[in-house]
Design a protein around this ligand. Structure first.
Ligand code: GLN
Length: 481
C-alpha cells in the first residue's frame, strides 16, 4: 500500500475503488507501529480506526452518500476534544480527562467520514515550540531523530511528514502549526482569526489562536479548509466566509501580484542557509510574475515581547480552571485547607506552564499592568496598523517561517528567552489576525526550511493561490524514515 499520497489523491483512489479505506487505514496503523517508537508523534492511537474505515467502505460499496474524506486517516492534536476520548493537552493535569463533547472541527470531519487515527503529541497546553515540554516525552523530527520537530503541534507535523496519517489538525497561537510544519517539511496553515471555530479547542490564548490544518500539499490545505471553515454558533468570534471554495481556482498563479519581503524577519540572527533559501524563493516568486520589494514593519522588533506578555496573561486566566476540583488527577484532599490544596495540586503542571503562570500573574497585576500588559496591547495595535498599511500596497508578505534550522533535542531547553525569540517570524500573524502559511521549500544538511506567506484578513483564498504557485517551484527529497 502506498501511503505517500496526498489527501486529494487518497479521496480519488477510494472513490474509484482502487484502494479501500480499510486497507489504507490498516497499513497506516502498521506504519505507526513500525516508526512511532522512534518518533513519538502519538499520545494515543485509535484502536477502532480500522473498523471505522471498514464502515466507510461499506457505504462506498452500497452506493450510500459518503462524506468527502472517504475514511481518510487524520491525526488530531491532543488539545482538541473528541467526545469520549482522552484529551490530555500533553499535561499530567489532564492525564485522565475524557472529553464530554466534540469540538466543532471534529463534528465537521465526522460528517465527512474522516477517521481519527490518533491524538498527536504537543508541548504541554501548546506552550512551546519544540514538543520537548510534553509531559509524556518529546516527539522527534523524522528528517533526523536527534532534532526537534518544532512545536507546539510537533506530533501533528511529524505524523504527516512520516506518513503516519494523511493530514492533521494543530493549533496556532504564535506559530504552533507553521513552526513544526516548517521543521518537518509539511504545509502548515494559520487561518484568518475566526475562520475556523475554536469550540472544543482547549484555550491557551483564545484572543489570537486558531486551529489549522497540517498537510502534504497546499491543495490538501484548501480541501481541509472547505470542510473546517465557517460560522459556528458555539464560537462568537467565527466569521461568515460565505462558503468560499478554497480549492477552485487555486492554480490562478501570482502574475502581477505585489509581495513585500519583511526586512525585520531576515535580519540579525538569521541562519545563512535560511536566508539564501528565502532569497531563492523570492526569485522564484519573481519568476512566476510577482513583483517583490523589501518592506519594513517596525513593530516586529517588539512583537515577541508583546506576544509573550499577552499570551501569558490569557493563559493565566484560562488555566485557572485547573484547580483539581473540576478537572485534575487523583490527589487526596486530606491534610490541606482549600487554598493550599489547590496550590499544591497545581504543582503538577510542568516547568514551562508554571513559568507562564507566574508571568501571567505578574504582568497584568495592578502597579505593573501599565508597564507590561497595557504596553503590549499598544504594540499589538500599532503592529496591526502597520500590517494593514502594508497590505494597502502589497497583496502578500513573505519571510522564512523560522529564522533558524531545526536544532538538537535538549539544545535550547534551558534557555527560555532564546526559545521565545525563535517565534519572531510567526507571532505577527496571530497578533494581527491575518492568515499565514508555511510552504516546504528546501532541505539544508538534511534539515527542512519552510517559507511563510501572509495575506490580509479574509484573503485566505488568494493566499492559498500564492502558496500553491510557490509550491510548484519546489522539488524536495523524500523523508528518510
Ligand atoms: N511558541 C509559542 C508559545 O510558546 C507558540 C505556541 C503556539 O502557537 N501554541 O507560546
Amino acid at each position: 500500500m502506498n501511503l505517500k499520497i496526498s489527501a486529494l489523491e487518497y479521496v480519488e483512489q477510494v472513490k474509484n475503488g482502487n484502494i479501500s479505506a480499510e486497507d489504507f487505514v490498516s497499513a497506516t496503523i502498521d506504519r505507526i507501529k513500525n516508526v512511532d517508537d522512534k518518533l513519538h508523534a502519538f499520545l494515543q492511537v485509535n484502536s477502532k480506526a480500522v473498523e471505522q474505515a471498514a464502515q466507510v467502505d461499506k457505504k462506498v460499496k452500497s452506493g450510500e452518500k459518503v462524506g468527502s474524506c472517504f475514511g481518510m486517516p487524520i491525526s488530531i492534536k491532543d488539545n482538541i476534544c473528541i467526545k469520549h476520548s482522552k484529551t490530555t493537552c500533553a499535561s499530567k493535569m489532564l492525564e485522565n480527562f475524557v472529553a464530554p463533547y466534540d469540538a466543532t472541527v471534529i463534528s465537521k470531519l465526522k460528517e465527512q467520514d474522516a477517521v481519527f487515527i490518533g491524538k498527536a503529541n504537543l508541548d504541554e497546553f501548546a506552550m512551546g515550540l519544540t514538543t520537548e515540554f510534553s509531559a509524556y516525552g518529546p516527539s522527534r523530527n523524522p528528517w533526523n531523530t536527534d532534532y526537534v520537530p518544532g512545536g507546539s503541534s510537533g506530533g501533528s507535523a511529524v505524523s504527516v511528514s512520516a506518513f503516519e496519517c494523511v493530514a492533521s489538525l494543530g493549533s496556532d497561537t504564535g506559530g504552533s502549526v507553521r513552526n513544526p510544519a516548517s521543521f518537518c517539511s509539511t504545509v502548515g496553515y494559520k487561518p484568518t482569526y475566526g475562520l475556523i471555530s475554536r469550540y472544543g479547542l482547549i484555550s491557551y490564548a483564545n484572543s489570537i489562536e486558531q486551529i489549522g490544518p497540517i498537510t502534504r500539499t497546499v491543495k490538501d490545505t484548501a480541501f481541509m479548509l472547505n470542510i473546517l471553515s465557517g460560522l459556528d454558533s458555539h464560537d462568537n468570534t467565527t466569521i461568515d466566509n460565505e462558503n468560499v471554495d478554497y480549492l477552485s481556482g487555486i492554480e490562478a498563479g501570482i502574475e502581477g501580484k505585489k509581495i513585500g519581503i519583511i526586512q525585520e524577519m531576515i535580519g540579525e540572527g538569521i541562519d545563512h542557509t535560511v536566508l539564501s533559501a528565502t532569497n531563492d524563493a523570492v526569485s522564484k516568486l519573481e519568476g512566476l510574475g510577482a513583483i517583490c520589494e523589501p518592506i519594513s514593519i517596525d513593530m516586529v522588533k517588539y512583537s515577541v515581547a508583546s506576544y509573550y506578555t499577552i499570551t501569558a496573561t490569557e493563559a493565566g486566566s484560562n488555566l485557572a480552571r485547573y484547580d483539581n476540583l473540576r478537572y485534575g488527577y487523583d490527589f487526596p484532599v486530606e491534610g490541606f485547607e482549600f487554598n493550599s490544596y489547590i496550590s499544591k495540586a497545581r504543582t503538577k503542571f510542568g516547568p514551562e506552564v508554571i513559568r507562564r503562570m507566574i508571568l501571567g500573574g505578574f504582568v497584568p497585576s495592578s502597579g505593573h499592568a501599565g508597564k507590561y500588559f497595557l504596553k503590549s496591547l499598544k504594540v499589538k495595535s500599532k503592529l496591526t496598523r502597520e500590517v494593514t498599511e502594508a497590505f494597502k500596497k502589497y497583496d502578500f508578505l513573505v519571510a522564512p517561517t523560522v529564522p533558524i534550522l531545526p536544532f538538537k533535542i535538549g539544545e535550547k531547553i534551558d534557555d527560555p528567552v532564546a526559545l521565545f525569540q525563535v517565534d519572531i517570524n510567526t507571532v505577527m500573524s496571530n497578533l494581527t489576525g491575518v492568515p499565514s502559511i508555511s510552504v516546504p521549500y528546501a532541505i539544508s544538511n538534511g534539515l527542512p526550511i519552510g517559507i511563510q506567506l501572509l495575506a490580509k484578513q479574509n484573503d485566505d483564498k488568494s493566499l492559498l493561490q500564492a502558496a500553491h504557485a510557490l509550491e510548484t517551484t519546489v522539488n524536495l527529497p523524500e523523508v528518510p524514515i
